[in-house]
Design a protein around this ligand. Structure first.
Ligand code: PGA
Length: 242
């Protein structure tokens, strides 16, 4: 595991963006796993700037987002699909048919999660997955618990996770959906390369537990310790408990 600490959250995000651009340069048909949340916003900003400056061509790339709220999808204000359109998809030359986000409004969520896994398999799996980390150690919406699911599945969101997402719902956490669909931990760990971005004091404790503590499903991000190719980009605050 390669851990780098930067002087600011913006620098950490830009370093992560640089790694994405290196991978994309080496393999224009890159298959990327993508996160949502506040942490990756400056990373997406850096990717958009690179694209506008002619330094990033996404035309052959494929993306799979990690998760989506159940009941929400394209056009819904709080959906991760809408977040991705606003922060990345609308500003780069990704082919819309290759920019995948789980459809939380699918009539049959079981068929939706199976189709999502099949699409990831057909794409050859993830080359690079970019991850954030929840304050409870979740990856995607793989919440802490006695067990974790390997493949894409339906999850019940913890109250802490719903609170952390209140910003997408006018600050009212009770409006945050109670369930979501999430890529499983097996698919995430199956990525050939993992890039974890974690910034801010609120993440310091869980970063230390995930990277230095015992490997446990109670801290899903601790499973990254078994992956052979993980880079971690932190700011000073995020690294302050290591
Ligand atoms: P955040 O979310 O970037 O908004 O802190 C990270 C996560 O929950 O995975």
């Amino acid at each position: 595991m390669h851990i780098s600490t930067y002087s600011s959250a913006d620098r950490a995000a830009r370093a992560a963006a640089t790694r994405v651009l290196e991978c994309l340069g080496a393999n224009p048909a890159l298959v990327l796993g993508l996160p949502t949340g506040l942490t990756p916003v400056p990373l997406y900003r850096a990717l958009v700037r690179a694209h506008q400056a002619g330094r990033a061509d996404f035309s052959l790339a494929t993306t799979f987002n990690l998760d989506e709220f159940l009941g929400l999808g394209r056009g819904d204000a709080g959906s991760y699909r809408t977040f991705m359109e606003a922060h990345l998809f609308a500003h780069v030359n990704l082919a819309p048919r290759r920019a995948h986000v789980l459809d939380g409004r699918a009539k049959d969520w079981r068929a939706e999660v199976e189709a999502y896994d099949a699409r990831i398999r057909r794409a050859g799996g993830l080359d690079l997955v970019i991850l954030g980390i929840g304050r409870n150690g979740h990856l995607g919406f793989n919440e802490p618990g006695p067990t974790l699911a390997a493949r894409t599945h339906r999850v019940t969101l913890r109250a802490t996770t719903r609170r952390a997402n209140a910003g997408l719902f006018d600050g009212d956490w009770r409006r945050v959906p109670t369930h979501a669909l999430s890529m499983g931990i097996g698919t995430i760990l199956g990525a050939r390369e993992v890039l974890l971005l974690a910034t801010g004091r609120s993440k310091a404790r869980i970063v230390a537990r995930a990277l230095r503590g015992p490997i446990t499903t109670r801290v899903p991000a601790s499973l990254l310790q078994v992956h052979p190719n993980v880079s971690v980009c932190l700011d000073r605050e995020g690294a302050s408990a290591l």
